[in-house]
Ligand binder design. Structure first.
Ligand SMILES: Cc1ncc(COP(=O)(O)O)c(C=O)c1O
Length: 467
């Protein structure tokens, strides 16, 4: 019997969570079920998802930022279909693939800074591993400096640069690294001054928490790196490919001069794993230092033609559809509308954004009654208040969002850059309703939160939330 994908899917319809729990990750399946996120999505287009019951959702998460051009974009689909139909030779390995050179050229033009060569990998973590390794080789030093709240992937090298201890706990010794507060130049200079630092890794807008650097920070950080012989590495895995209204978030700042720039996620329009490290020739020359070391760093799928085709098509979509301008316009509209709401709701502490990377940060309210509620949930778990927002956004309003990071009181909005004014209105009106409900304490919103806490944390501790 030949393989039949449609038949396989229809025969197992609705078994998603049972299969996932049995064979992949039972704890994650359970967590999704507790918060009511255990839905079965059947179709996606642009900024929307549809579940198997036909309900439409607004996707404000975009696959963790992989779908800047919108899901299942027809231009990339066509390019990949054309490529499949042509039976092209891929992964020959002992060749120089045409599409790889073309994508590297397109990428370099958009990144700028006179960077010379592109290393292609498959994931953001792999690209960060590459940059760590290359920085160590290029400088002959081993220590890496990174920013608090930073996130660069979860492989063991990149893990050493993770701003959250939760991810690092119990995984043993990691490479030598030092953490500095985000945006703090004196702390950075102090960390660099010992002269043993290979590189400073920074996300020009941080994914965890959506932290936007103070003006001038990135340019000055680069200058300090040069002064102390360290490389300046911009991780644009999440903030790049137009997300903040410019191709790179670094492009918002004059005078920033990176030695390496890392992109991934949306570079292939979300269809195929891809990542790239764009670097100075001096770094490349140190790593690939002779003919017999010409492949001293590589990976089998790194420059797969599937990824290159998707990359070329996705970059053309970003330009042809004016997605960077739309990111700026829709980000400003969303941010402004949310700031207008903020004075009505004590729980809202800050709204900040750059393009379509936006944070809603919650904080301790003023009134005594709400303070008690805030204290109760935060004592249980710092993420819990955010869940009180993300859960009804999905359940009652069909909007998919996420908490901006572990143990954070911030939610992050990173929708596809194709969102429209109607989508922004959909979100703002839903968020308004959810906030109004949460400002009634005691009330139904708090009762359901208490139920979730009880399920997630065990009956005894959950009970404390209500008291
Ligand atoms: C800034 C940044 N760097 C690196 C990574 C890791 O990418 P991946 O999950 O593809 O390994 C991420 C993932 O979210 C990221 O946001």
């Amino acid at each position: 019997m030949p393989f039949d994908l449609d038949k396989l899917i229809s025969e197992h319809a609705g078994e998603n969570y049972a299969l996932y729990a049995a064979h992949v990750n039972p704890r994650f399946a359970r967590a999704l079920s507790i918060i009511g996120f255990d839905r079965c999505y059947a179709r996606a287009e642009g900024a929307y998802l549809w579940d198997t019951d036909g309900r439409k959702y607004l996707d404000m998460l975009a696959g963790y930022g992989a779908f800047n051009i919108g899901r299942n974009h027809p231009v990339v689909k066509k390019a990949l279909n054309d490529f499949m139909a042509a039976d092209v030779a891929s992964l020959v390995q002992m060749e120089a693939p045409l599409l790889c050179g073309l994508l590297a050229d397109e990428l370099k033009r958009r990144v700028g800074y006179g960077l010379d060569y592109v290393y292609f990998g498959s994931t953001g973590a792999e690209a960060n591993e590459t940059a760590i390794k290359f920085a160590r080789r290029a400088t002959g030093r081993s220590r890496i400096v990174y920013a608090a709240s930073g996130f660069h992937g979860l492989t063991t090298g990149a893990l050493a640069l993770n701003g959250s201890e939760v991810f690092k706990e119990n995984f043993g010794d990691l490479i030598a690294s030092a953490k500095v507060p985000f945006g703090d130049l004196p702390a950075l200079e102090q960390a660099l001054a010992a002269g043993d630092v290979a590189a400073f890794f920074i996300e020009p807008v941080q994914g965890k928490g959506v932290n936007i650097p103070p003006e001038g920070y990135l340019a000055e950080a680069g200058r300090l790196c040069r002064k102390h012989g360290a490389l300046f590495v911009a991780d644009e895995v999440q903030s790049g490919i137009g997300r903040t209204g410019k191709f790179l978030a670094l492009h918002h700042e004059d005078g920033a001069e990176p030695d390496m720039v890392i992109v991934s996620k949306s570079l292939s329009g979300g269809f195929v794993p891809i990542s790239a490290v764009v670097m100075r020739a001096g770094i490349y020359d140190k790593v690939y230092s002779s003919l017999d070391r010409a492949v001293v760093h590589s990976s089998t799928f790194g420059k797969s033609n599937f990824a290159m085709v998707a990359g070329l098509a996705a970059l053309s979509v970003v330009d042809d559809e004016g997605l960077m301008d739309n990111a700026t316009a829709m980000g400003d509209l969303l941010g402004t509308r949310l700031r207008e709401l903020a004075p009505r709701y004590e729980f809202i502490k800050d709204i900040r954004w750059r393009g379509l990377m936006l944070a809603i940060e919650f904080g301790k309210p003023k009134s005594l009654k709400l303070r008690a509620a805030w204290k109760a949930v935060n004592t249980l778990n710092e993420d819990l208040f955010c869940q009180a927002v993300t859960i009804p956004l999905l359940a009652d309003h069909g909007i998919l969002t996420q908490v901006a990071g572990n143990r954070m009181t911030t939610i992050k909005l990173i929708p596809p850059l194709v969102v429209t004014e109607a989508d922004i209105a959909w979100f703002v009106s839903a968020f308004d309703t959810v906030m109004a409900d949460l400002h009634r304490f005691p009330g139904p919103a708090w009762e359901s939160l208490n139920r979730i806490a009880r399920n997630a944390l065990g009956r005894g501790r959950g009970k404390a939330a209500a008291e």
